[in-house]
Design a protein around this ligand. Structure first.
Ligand code: ADP
Length: 220
């Protein structure tokens, strides 16, 4: 059987966001080309990414020379320089690159990237703010917005779903959510089954419409 080739990713703009992303991709076995205009940034990451180049990515010939269009995925991590972010994104779109990700720092920035046709727009500060609100308000340990109106949380198992098999409790009908995984004290995560029984000190992953998931989190 043929071995799956590692994904190739070009990361343009290696600030706090781009650098953390590029290093995590490396840890997960991807081949990563990093591009940044700042010499100190390039030096800092030299040898830690597959390759790092000091260049201005707003220049079309730079993107061409580096063969950015041949990478499986391209991430635009430039944030504070909105003009540069938009310019780079539009050049990549002109090449017809099939999978462009870009970071936005404000809502209008996100809207423009979206309108240009960028395939995945990430708004880390906005999303992190929403997430932090859920962490601060409740006993929810993690909150992940899957899509507008749909979410996944990690929380301790509320008393209301302890001691009886999940199917007997009819969690979906009672609470409008699904308990999809459980972690017993001292053990790893495992997917739940209809017959799974939860106890105090178990942690669970719960998914469903955001409102239902939030209401479930209140039970904790
Ligand atoms: P963060 O908040 O993640 O640190 P920044 O927007 O502050 O994000 O950093 C973006 C990075 O992008 C910086 O390291 C900057 O040098 C780099 N950058 C800015 N403009 C360009 C460009 N035209 N080409 C390549 N890299 C750029």
């Amino acid at each position: 059987r043929r071995r799956r080739e590692p994904a190739t990713v070009a990361v343009i703009g290696l600030g706090r966001f781009g650098a953390a992303l590029a290093l995590e991709l490396m840890r997960n076995g991807a081949e990563v080309l990093g591009i940044d205009t700042a010499e100190e940034v390039v030096q800092e990451l030299n040898g830690r990414l597959t390759s790092v180049v000091r260049a201005d990515a707003t220049q079309e010939q730079v993107l061409r020379q580096l063969g950015v269009d041949e990478f499986d995925k391209v991430v635009v991590g430039i944030g504070s320089d909105v003009q540069a972010s938009i310019l780079v994104a539009s050049r990549l779109l002109k090449f017809g690159h099939p999978e462009i990700w870009a970071k936005a720092i404000t809502t209008p920035h996100a809207e423009i990237l979206d309108q240009l046709g960028v395939h995945h727009v990430i708004s880390p500060e906005h999303d992190m703010g929403v997430r932090a609100a859920h962490l601060i308000q409740g006993r929810v340990l993690d909150f992940l917005s899957i899509d507008e109106g749909f979410a996944l949380i990690r929380c301790p198992a509320p008393e209301a779903v302890q001691q009886h098999p999940l199917d007997a409790l009819d969690v979906r009908r009672a609470h409008g959510v699904a308990v999809v995984a459980v972690r017993r004290p001292g053990q790893g995560w495992e997917a739940t089954e209809p017959g799974t029984v939860l106890y105090e000190d178990d942690q669970i992953l719960v998914t469903g419409p955001t409102r239902a998931v939030e209401a479930f989190g209140e039970l904790v």
